[in-house]
Ligand binder design. Structure first.
Ligand SMILES: [Zn+2]
Length: 302
């Protein structure tokens, strides 16, 4: 930090001699690297113009199957702070940080300290991937905890801007609390017999728990895996017993979509899209993503 201040002062001096106005804020901006787009949004909401944020996995891509390239290493090398999800979601980051990050650069694992759901279904067909669901952010109270953790990390890194960060964070957290209340109220209108989420990958157990969906059934544990005939058979059975059979797919999972469509055809179920792991040009913030999911759930299941 001191080194940065010194080089900043030097820049001011040079620009002063040259008679140019220095770009005051930009010289002191904190360089933050996040593993995926949803964390990028959280850091931007809190950090405002005091941070420059880069996401390693671009919006629209699948963070589970991401392969880092030299572009990612150079971003990590410039970072003052790295923010990852943890809980097994973005483990590919760790070697990248060990190889490329400057010594002592803090790494925030946003899910750390929150309770992670272990898989409690009888899914013997699943031999790949996680034993647990790492998508904690799909329950808004967990997202609130992520934002609080990010706020603390930014304030620690740049104490001179801590009031700025806590001020912005407070406004954003109020927005998240309002979103959570709205979701609780509107999703309560869905009849108990329709409260089953059948999805492609194991991403929605936190959303299900928070907003009162009894079961979050899925075809594969992790998008790297292919569903077995047995998994497909199990879900066909399940969907045939539902009064309103619906299957949800996700826009970043291109290979999964055909399994979901085949499954839906088999039982005459409707297919809807939910967002889970990535923002896109259609839903460019976390709040927009959750509002979109809320409307889809209401349309599909109410
Ligand atoms: Zn996922």
């Amino acid at each position: 930090m001191r080194k940065r201040v010194l080089s900043f002062l030097l820049l001011v001096l040079i620009l002063g001699i040259l008679g140019v106005n220095p770009p005051v804020l930009h010289a002191a901006q904190i360089q933050v690297v996040t593993t995926f787009s949803i964390l990028h949004d959280f850091v931007s909401q809190v950090g405002g113009e005091q941070v420059v944020v880069n996401s390693l996995v671009p919006a629209g891509a699948d963070p589970h199957t991401w392969e880092p390239s030299p572009r990612e290493a150079s971003l990590v090398a410039k970072a003052d702070l790295v923010v990852a999800n943890g809980a097994g979601f973005d483990d590919w980051l760790l070697p990248l940080v060990q190889n490329a990050a400057r010594p002592g650069v803090p790494i925030v694992l946003a899910s750390e300290g929150l309770s992670v759901f272990e898989q409690d279904h009888d899914h013997q067909g699943h031999q790949h991937g996680h034993e647990s669901d790492p998508h904690l952010w799909l329950s808004v109270p967990n997202a609130i905890a992520y934002v609080e953790k990010i706020t603390a990390a930014l304030a620690e890194l740049s104490p001179e801007h801590s009031q700025y960060f806590t001020g912005r964070s407070k406004v954003y957290l109020q927005e998240l609390e309002a979103l959570d209340q709205k979701m609780l109220e509107l999703l309560a209108e869905i009849s108990p017999k329709n409260r089953v989420l059948v999805t492609y990958h194991n991403a929605f157990s936190y959303l299900a728990e928070r907003y009162g969906f009894e079961v979050a059934e899925f075809l594969v544990e992790n998008p790297e895996a292919e569903p077995s005939p047995r998994d497909l058979g199990r879900l066909v059975e399940l969907l045939r017993n539902l009064s309103k059979p619906v299957v949800f797919t996700e826009p970043q999972l291109t290979s999964g979509t055909r399994y979901v469509q085949a499954l839906a055809r088999e039982v005459g179920a409707q297919v809807y899209v939910l967002y889970s792991d990535s923002l896109t040009s259609e839903v460019s913030t976390y709040v927009e993503m959750m509002e979109y999911n809320l409307q889809v759930l209401l349309e599909a299941l109410r």
